[in-house]
Write a protein that binds this ligand. Structure first.
Ligand SMILES: [Ca+2]
Ligand SMILES: [Ca+2]
Length: 359
């Protein structure tokens, strides 16, 4: 949800990403590892989408880094689809905006009529000045702090949006090939429709992120994460970033090795929107079915710590994740994010049921 950083707002913001603080200092487990080599022939001529062969997989995880929301592990069948090999970039989103005149949610005044549905009844309307366009920007302290209050590193910045990721004085100049951020679900959907594509389902996203590996912890296998594998947080979160992987914030898309399907940045860089509503208890219901085919997600969202939430699934973690905090770069990790929120670490990629050449 989008709002001035009032206490109530941050309480509910915290509910959307509080899972991140749950995973502190755990260790990866050993698991079965098989690989499916990436086949060059399956790429489209522009190297922008790759064909993901259909198949069945074990969705979810029981490894030591996993959360209860990733369990029980259950069998899911996916039909084949095309997927962007990289996150959508600033340059690509600019082309969309220039062609359509689209205005993102972060560039509009906060919609109080929508927002009040996502906070407790009788929550007073904030002053108009607090409902001006803006977005949440990662704003780290310069010293170590407890990791139980993310309000201390997220700041509401008026004028922050995809064109000005850190606020009015910033720009995306020189970051044309970085993933677009401050994108809400609605903004991602608008781009996808314009591009003749769609957003992936959560099941499609996880299946693709696994890159053909069976029951592995990470997109590259069961080895732990390091600075060569993905753009994550290196150093002590949130006050010290060593940039050992080259970047404190977003990195150019495709900067790190692809997974077995030729997909880059399925771990880290920016979180990616999926089309499903987020239901924290979904797998407990779905596991009653022997195999679920092409699940499209629940009818509505549900989060135990926020009864008013209207959240969509985001996957893959971001440049803020590390092995000691968040650890959501794992394919099975799942987080609910308010559908009308953009943040400085959320982007997306698209999928399609038809070949890129047919568009
Ligand atoms: Ca980094
Ligand atoms: Ca990503």
């Amino acid at each position: 949800m989008r709002a001035k950083p009032t206490n109530s707002f941050f309480i509910f913001l915290a509910s959307t990403i509080a899972f991140m603080s749950w995973l502190l200092e755990k260790n990866p487990a050993e698991a079965e590892s098989t690989s499916t080599p990436f086949e060059e022939k399956s790429q489209d001529p522009n190297n922008e989408m790759v064909w993901i062969d259909g198949g069945s997989f074990q969705m979810g995880s029981t490894d030591p880094l996993s959360w209860p929301t990733e369990q029980p592990v259950h069998q899911v069948k996916i039909k084949g689809f095309w997927m962007d090999t990289k996150e959508v970039t600033n340059a690509q989103y600019m082309a969309f905006v220039q062609a359509t005149g689209y205005t993102t949610v972060a560039e509009r005044p906060v919609d109080w009529e929508e927002l009040k549905k996502q906070v407790p009844p009788n929550t007073p309307k904030p002053p108009e000045e607090d409902l001006q366009p803006g977005s949440l920007v990662f704003s780290p302290p310069n010293h170590a702090i407890p990791l139980n209050d993310m309000n201390r590193w997220w700041k509401w910045v008026k004028g922050a949006n995809w064109r000005r990721p850190e606020g009015p004085e910033s720009s995306i100049e020189g970051r044309e090939n970085h993933p677009v951020v401050h994108i809400s679900y609605e903004d991602a959907m608008a781009y996808a429709k314009w591009a003749g594509k769609r957003l992936p389902t959560e099941a499609e996203w996880e299946y693709a992120a696994r890159g053909g590996l069976k029951k592995n912890i990470n997109t590259w296998g069961n080895d732990g994460i390091d600075h060569t594998k993905a753009n994550i947080w290196t150093g002590n979160f949130p006050h010290e970033n060593t940039k050992k992987d080259g970047y404190a914030g977003t990195a150019p898309v495709g900067n790190y090795p692809p997974n077995g399907y030729g997909l880059h940045d399925m771990a880290g860089n920016v979180w990616e929107w999926c089309s499903d509503w987020y239901d924290a208890s979904l797998y407990k219901v779905r596991c009653d079915t022997k195999e679920t085919a092409n699940p499209q997600g629940p009818q509505k969202s549900w989060a135990p710590d926020n009864p008013y939430a209207k959240e969509r699934v985001t996957k893959g973690g971001s440049f803020l994740c590390s092995d000691s905090y968040c650890a959501s770069y794992r394919p099975s990790a799942r987080v609910g994010t308010a559908f009308d929120s953009g943040m400085s670490h959320i982007g997306f990629r698209c999928v399609s049921d038809t070949p890129p050449s047919s568009k």
